[in-house]
Design a protein around this ligand. Structure first.
Ligand SMILES: C[S@@+](CC[C@H](N)C(=O)[O-])C[C@H]1O[C@@H](n2cnc3c(N)ncnc32)[C@H](O)[C@@H]1O
Length: 361
């Protein structure tokens, strides 16, 4: 069995710093590289199942082999078989069996992605790697090109070509980490759970805190927060839409977090006393995918005044916004931005913004 084990954790573009910090805080290993949507690390304990508990990662992989990017044309594809020759797929599968407590997979599937234009498509790259892996492991290969979604128990290999390097990876868990078991119900605009986890980390939730999401949708932020910070005092979510409330309650129950209170309310006038909320986490409706309703639609600045009214003097809010500019009405309402970070979600830039209540002079 190996003791020099390298992992690659993948994340949404822009969340690499949060993911690297989480890896270090969980004492999983030393960071060896931070790249486009990825953090590479060398494990301190090769069989630490903590890697499967990363909350800000979309996924975590064992590193199989790294080589030169094969270039833009089909002529380079045979080099991918050399990448497979360099790897030790048997050893990687044995390692994965211990980490994810799975059986030895009966077959191979490959998912490929690349940056930049190529004269081949993803299926060409997948087949080049899949055929080579199947031949070495003496198991069947499942080509997505002709057979669609792969059987769930096949070994999930991944190939990335970033313009400089080709990387062969083996996913550790049978399901991607971003697919949370609690998230059975969803609503339009519902948050990607690893991004929700990154937002709750930024919120710095502490013992006894009251944590609020005034537009909670399917409850992702509150559930991620409550899973990571059971020490907080109270979790409260509001939404104007009964369908969203139903989804949030269903997810909360699946997560066994019935302590999160979910109620109908208008985020511009919530039934909570002044200065009683320590942390606000929210991705409010932007009026594109999700309609802005009630007081937020009538007086958009009502939202910022309400946040200021609710926060304690040391309170903070972590919000996901479509542009960094709406922070000016926030400043007028007495909230100062202390952190702005650009994130790309499905190619669309969004902004993670932390605001603190302005101290009276
Ligand atoms: C982007 S979604 C939130 C998604 C949520 N974070 C999740 O992960 O599922 C915005 C939510 O704001 C709600 N909303 C719209 N206007 C509102 C208002 N005035 N008060 C409270 N909620 C409102 C919508 O019903 C929607 O569920």
């Amino acid at each position: 069995m190996r003791d020099d084990v390298h992992f690659v954790a993948r994340c949404a573009r822009g969340l690499e710093p949060q993911l690297a910090t989480e890896i270090l805080q969980r004492e999983l290993g030393s960071i060896t590289a931070i790249g486009h949507r990825s953090v590479h690390f060398r494990a301190w304990r090769p069989y630490d199942t903590g890697v499967t508990g990363l909350r800000t990662a979309d996924d975590v992989f064992l590193l199989g082999a790294r080589g030169r990017d094969v270039g833009r044309t089909k002529a380079g594809l045979p080099e991918l078989a050399a990448l497979v020759r360099e790897a030790d797929p048997e050893e990687l599968l044995r390692h994965r069996t211990v980490l994810a407590t799975t059986e030895r997979p009966p077959g191979v599937e490959v998912s490929a992605s690349f940056l930049g234009r190529r004269s081949f498509n993803r299926y060409d790259a997948e087949d080049a790697v899949g055929d080579a892996l199947a031949a070495r492991l003496k198991v069947p290969y499942h080509p997505r090109r002709t057979q669609g979604a792969p059987p769930p128990d096949y070994a999930p290999w991944r190939l990335t070509l970033d313009g400089t390097r080709a990387t062969l990876l083996l996913r550790v868990t049978p399901r991607p980490l971003h697919r949370r078991p609690y998230k059975q119900s969803t609503v339009p605009g519902s948050l990607h759970p690893p991004l929700a986890a990154a937002m709750t980390r930024l919120a710095d939730i502490g013992p006894g805190h009251t944590v609020l999401d005034p537009c909670c949708g399917a409850g992702t932020l509150l559930i991620e927060a409550a899973l990571a910070h059971p020490e907080a005092g109270r979790y409260r979510g509001y939404d104007i839409d009964p369908t969203a409330l139903e989804a949030a309650r269903a997810n909360r129950t699946t997560a066994s977090l019935d302590r999160i209170r979910i109620q109908r309310g208008d985020a511009g006038r919530l039934p909570l006393p002044n200065g009683t909320v320590d942390r606000i986490v929210c991705n409010p409706p932007w009026g594109t995918q999700v309609e802005v309703k009630a007081s937020l639609a009538k007086v958009p600045t009502a939202w910022w005044r309400e946040l200021t009214r609710l926060l304690t003097p040391t309170g903070t809010a972590v919000l996901l916004l479509p542009t960094p500019t709406p922070v000016s009405p926030a400043i007028e309402a007495g909230l100062l931005p202390t952190h702005t970070q650009r994130i790309h979600l499905s190619g669309t830039p969004t902004y993670l913004i932390k605001l603190e209540k302005e101290k009276p002079r």
